[in-house]
Design a protein around this ligand. Sequence first.
Ligand code: ADP
Length: 527
Amino acid sequence: MAERKPVFVMDEDVERTKGKDAQSNNIEAAKAVGETIKTTLGPSGMDKMLVNSTGNVIVTNDGSTILGEMDIDHPAAKMIVEVSETQDEEVGDGTTTAVLLTSKLLSKAEDMLDQDIHPTIIAEGYREAEEKSMEILDEMKQDITIADDKEILRNVAKTAMTGKGVIGDKDILAKTAVDAVTYVTKETEDGYNAKLDNIKMETKTGANISDTQLIEGMVIDKDKPHPEMPDKIENTKIAVLDTEIEVGETETDAEVTIDSPGQRQKFLEREEKQLKEKVEKINETGANVVFCEEAIDDVAQQYLVNKGIHALKRVDESDINKIAKATGASVVSNINELTEDDLGEAETVREEALAGDKVTYIEGCKELKALTVLLRGGTEQLVEEAERTLDDAIDVVATAINDGDTIAGGGAPEAELSLKLRDYAATIGGREQIAIEAFADALESIPLTLAENAGLDPMDTLVNLKKQHEEDNQNAGIDGYEEKITDMTEKGVLEPIKIKKQAMKSATEATEMVLRIDDVLSSKTTE
Ligand code: ADP
């Protein structure tokens, strides 16, 4: 018989970790990520200073920003980072909570693995606990209707801004977020629908955050390129172009030899004719305003003036798209193809001075009820930070409005869930009971960490908090500022219920995924 040759299915450079080693290695990585961001949780959470390889410094308290900036390369840790990204994309907040929960669920799973409980049983128990938690959270929720609950929404915005740097300006930013989101909210058959696309944010330094204003319509930070263009146009027909009004490239690229003044004159005349034709084409469609993403030739500007057409050149791409959406215009790339049907409409387009600069207002847009938030601040850094904070608050307020339900914060839901899940676990029995109880333990890490970060004794506080919940105070939570346990709804610490639900769902999913891995194969990176 021929001698059997060994079969190699993998490159010898592939590193392999199997079974318990693989599991515990992954769990350690997840725990390390949890430990890193733990101190940032809640109103008294600390900030992190992140310095990248080019020396750029970011000071932040935001879980997903921190993890996004860290150069994480452990595969399981990367999965946890994805949890925070999903959380941020889906609901705009709760990233630290989601990551901390994942890390605790895995750490508790490690204890169960040591007791020889199979990962599948753990995963099933966790899933069951998560499903039960959704029911319990629904029992705790408070419905809101935006028409008369602006106060609640402002509290939701403030809770979302907790721990962020702009502490002194929370009230004004919360009011701005709520006024802006409610302005672009429509009531539909299926409930409320906040359309955040309709909100445009402009930032300007040179004033205080308290000077921030909401402007109905759109504000474009641009002024007209030619002084003789009109300052105000009513009943506008707007052409939106993502191209330039210049002499076409092919014409300028072509080699032309000019050897007499007459030829030069002819050449210039030809160029002017082309520009004139482009403006004629725009004029024929009936447009009296042109927003152009690229340049507009000086000669073309003069032709536009002659036709009484107002124009803006080099408008940002994002603004071009927003203008098109709001006014109902189509963005056109080839002027020769521009037709009347492509034009958008707005009641007025006017130029006015704003904070020392000339800007353009587009009001009464045909398609969308657009709104501009003009965010002010003393310095560039301050305005940028306020913008990030306001952006988050706007997302969270929209989540609350679209979803319609809020829930108390400050660790109240986690404490209540853990109490009720333990009762539930007792009715299940067996090994799954252990997993459901472990889930309840993991949830307690949220109030524990909030207490720890507030400088309270974590264990004592948790014991007192549990006692309150046993006495049916389901909204009892940790007041991070006054260092005591109190009713969070009375304190106005409210969050959209969706943030809690999403955090628990993604934490459970990621945990399950990590638990199911018992073999890690990784190619060694070659130099
Ligand atoms: P996340 O990224 O998870 O949102 P945060 O650092 O923003 O992390 O902290 C959120 C936690 O802090 C939530 O549990 C929330 O209920 C709680 N929290 C927010 N504001 C307060 C407050 N004023 N008092 C007590 N807890 C608060």
